[in-house]
Design a protein around this ligand. Structure first.
Ligand SMILES: *Cc1c(COP(=O)(O)O)cnc(C)c1O
Length: 488
């Protein structure tokens, strides 16, 4: 399998060549040159391999799927990487991604089942562990094979940074420099990151907001001489390997909610950068019978606006709201270009005109008059909805009272939109993207009580912390990396 850029088809690359890269050199995103098509036989075989989530089933499924996209890692090595990653020890259950049934299917009323899919039982209690844990092992594998080292530089508002640190802690050949806005992550998130004592993990609290952190990362990445001298890499959500790892749990969710491979199932995905739901799109393009991909946003409704109107309009910083589902607070959706590439028949010239030129000049583009726009729903199954702070609080209460299940504010955005828009005749799976303990303030506001705390996190906030405070200054960050990074 070769990979191309959404902005040009010229140079095609293998998986391991793009693994350690971010954007393609032309500014586009990497995608496989085609999606492997699964016939009924393959789907039935994968259902058997997954075996209802029996021990080893998820790793076996992951290996089968990844092998279709990775042809430059020997099969035995790839299988071992999957088996080491997707274990009960790392993800809490042998199932890895079990469904929680909120409403049972009923043949009497013709109502299909309503489920949460647990994706948040990894080390940092958010779905990003699902991909990042594999990415950490792939990085170590490939860097060792090349005899190279890498300094990972990133900015986080909470979930990405901790998932990256827990995936890369103690890994050979990698150091992590993670910028976060000082005092702005939830207390639990701060404790999760700053309590890591691993020598290769560097937490840097910037005296600014998340945008300041991102600007520093951009400034450092633009300094090509520095970037080369210190081998700066990233693990952000546009990385294809992350997206690919996420495709697997759509299959696992499907097998749990359906009894045979003819049945269609829908997913609701709490969305920000469009990485998670784009993995659902890939699964659907491969032939997984997904009826609807329901994109749920919070008040930052860039994506909902597009699917309602055909207009994609990037928000300015001042128009980007700080909400109680902060991991969905985005001004633009960095993976969205991948979907639009497919929507427009993989026309790289048009993608360059839209994402390279129109967004840079006008800050928006408008596909409402393009016949392709109607196909977002009719051919690709995309529908959207949005939710507010008041909706989240109400939904957290409703789910707790009605089903006895406590959900986090991001998952609540999903449940709220799913309840509003689902087709009762089709099983609906809402992806649970984080656990409530990460966002205790909002849970207390909704339920008047503290969230449940998994036992392994007792006393987390009291552990000693390892964090460096720096001003909003790219030069200060560069000199910190120069002192503590791995030289190339
Ligand atoms: C990252 C994140 C999201 C958004 O996922 P995208 O892939 O950016 O769309 C939603 N919920 C939680 C808890 C997250 O950490």
């Amino acid at each position: 399998m070769l990979y191309l850029s959404t902005r040009g088809h010229a140079e095609r690359k293998h998986f391991c060549e793009i693994l350690l890269e971010g954007l393609a050199p032309d500014g586009g995103l990497y995608l496989p040159e085609r999606y492997p098509q699964l016939d009924a036989g393959v789907l039935a075989h994968w259902r058997t391999l997954y075996n209802g989530g029996a021990p080893g089933g998820y790793a076996a499924l992951a290996f089968e799927l990844l092998s279709l996209y990775i042809d430059d890692i020997p099969a035995a090595d790839l299988r071992a990487l999957c088996e080491k990653t997707y274990t009960q020890a790392v993800f809490g259950t042998a199932h890895i991604v079990p469904l929680k049934q909120l409403e049972a299917p009923s043949t009497d009323s013709g109502q299909a089942g309503f489920y949460l899919q647990a994706l948040s039982n990894g080390p940092t209690l958010a779905f990003k562990d699902m991909a990042m844990q594999l990415l950490g092992r792939l990085f170590e594998y490939e860097l060792t094979r090349r005899g190279e080292q890498l300094n990972i530089l990133g900015a986080t508002s909470g979930d990405t940074g901790s998932a990256a640190e827990y995936a890369l802690r103690g890994k050979r050949g990698v150091r992590v420099f993670m910028l976060s806005p000082a005092g702005r992550m939830s207390p639990f998130q701060q404790a999760q990151m700053f309590s890591l004592q691993d020598e290769n993990i560097h937490n840097i609290a910037i005296d600014g907001v998340f945008d300041d952190c991102q600007d520093i990362v951009k400034a450092v990445s633009k300094d090509l001489a520095f970037k080369r001298a210190y081998k700066i890499g990233s693990v952000n959500s546009i990385n294809w390997a992350r997206l690919l790892a996420q495709v697997v749990y759509y299959f696992a969710g499907y097998f749990q909610a359906s009894t045979n491979d003819a049945q269609a199932v829908s997913f609701t995905v709490p969305s920000g950068n469009f990485g998670n739901v784009c993995a659902g799109h890939v699964a659907r393009q491969m032939g997984l019978p997904i009826q609807t991909l329901l994109v749920a946003t919070n008040e930052n409704d860039v994506l909902d606006e597009f699917f309602r109107t055909g207009v994609y309009r990037v928000r300015a910083s001042v128009d980007t709201h700080e909400t109680s589902s902060p991991s969905m607070d985005i001004s633009k959706a960095s993976n969205f270009e991948r979907f639009v590439f497919d929507l427009l028949g993989r026309d790289a010239v048009r993608i360059k005109a839209l994402f390279g030129d129109a967004l840079a000049e006008d800050g928006y583009f408008d596909l409402s008059a393009d016949p392709a726009f109607a196909q977002a729903a009719s051919r690709f199954g995309f529908v959207s909805g949005q939710s507010t702070h008041a909706d989240r609080l109400r939904t957290i209460r409703q789910v707790f009272e009605r089903y006895g299940v406590m959900i986090d504010p991001h998952t609540a955005d999903g449940v709220r939109v799913a309840l509003e828009r689902r087709d009762p005749a089709v099983p609906m799976i809402v992806l649970e993207t984080a656990l409530p303990i990460k966002f205790a303030d909002t849970i207390a506001e909704a339920l008047g009580r503290a969230p449940e705390r998994p036992p392994q996190f007792e006393g987390l906030e009291d552990l000693p912390r390892r964090v460096q405070h720096l001003p909003v200054d790219a030069a200060a960050v560069q000199s910190y990396i120069a002192q503590h990074g791995l030289a190339s």
